[in-house]
Design a protein around this ligand. Structure first.
Ligand SMILES: C[S@@+](CC[C@H](N)C(=O)[O-])C[C@H]1O[C@@H](n2cnc3c(N)ncnc32)[C@H](O)[C@@H]1O
Length: 233
């Protein structure tokens, strides 16, 4: 059994999300119908040819769980030289992203509306991504729900497979116990080196756009932790 098959077995059945009931607005539904052919990548259990999809060879970033897409849209607009892929399960969020992509006329952005675990397992070839962003993943604060947290050893193995040697993994959370959990799990992986020198956390990057989710955390008085890792090898 390969490493990939093993993480498949361990992660099957426990999802990091519960699909929220929120409906897409009429504008988002229109975007999902009209703009999906331009920006959308259908999920299928086959490796993607990203070179063909973007029509060029360029560095690639992946944002997992982009929510309403603020950070991803800003990053893609600021980095036309980087091809960006967003993965999100919440359809209204995908609709918002499509509207933003069209308004900014972004050519370097594509979106997949599916569970990122399966996207990493099935669609992304080893080493095809240079940078991964995971900002404010659901913290699942109750102990009985901790198994739902996205950042778990098998998921970190999947990230390690997708990210090229020398690539970067950036995370942020406003839930301190999850920040500590992220450090424990990712610091323990031989595939990743923590970039922080002292506390284990890095300063907030000026490039990380403030999202609605982070604003909500600020209103609740939550502090934010940023983490950055380099893919070893
Ligand atoms: C707490 S929200 C944060 C959204 C955004 N990153 C922000 O900072 O505003 C977490 C998001 O991750 C998405 N998500 C959770 N698990 C996911 C998975 N396995 N695959 C794709 N998206 C996922 C959820 O639908 C949700 O939109």
């Amino acid at each position: 059994m390969s490493d990939k098959d093993r993480s498949d077995v361990r992660m099957r059945g426990v999802r990091s999300f519960v699909l929220r009931a929120g409906r897409a607005t009429a504008g988002q539904e229109r975007a999902l119908a009209q703009l999906w052919p331009k920006y959308g990548i259908e999920y299928s259990a086959a490796l993607l040819d990203l070179h063909a999809l973007f029509g060029r060879a360029a560095p690639r970033m992946l944002e997992i769980g982009f929510g309403a897409g603020e950070a991803l849209l800003e990053f893609a607009a600021a980095h036309p030289e980087i091809d960006c892929i967003g993965v999100e399960v919440h359809r209204p969020g995908v609709g918002r992203l499509l509207l933003g992509a069209e308004a900014a006329n972004l050519r370097n952005l594509r979106v997949i509306c599916h569970d990122a675990v399966e996207v990493l397992q099935q669609q992304l070839a080893p080493g095809c991504i240079d940078l991964v962003h995971i900002f404010f993943p659901d913290p699942w604060p109750k102990k009985r729900h901790h198994k739902r947290r996205l950042i778990q050893p098998p998921f970190v193995e999947l990230l390690a497979t997708a990210i090229a040697a020398g690539g970067t993994l950036r995370l942020a959370t406003d839930w301190e116990p999850y920040a500590q959990h992220m450090r424990e799990v990712i610091d323990a992986s031989p595939a990743f080196a923590n970039v922080a020198t002292d506390t284990g956390f890095v300063a907030r990057s000026a490039e990380r756009a403030l999202t609605r989710f982070e604003r909500r955390g600020q209103r609740l008085g939550h502090g934010v932790r940023d983490l950055e890792y380099r893919r070893a090898g």
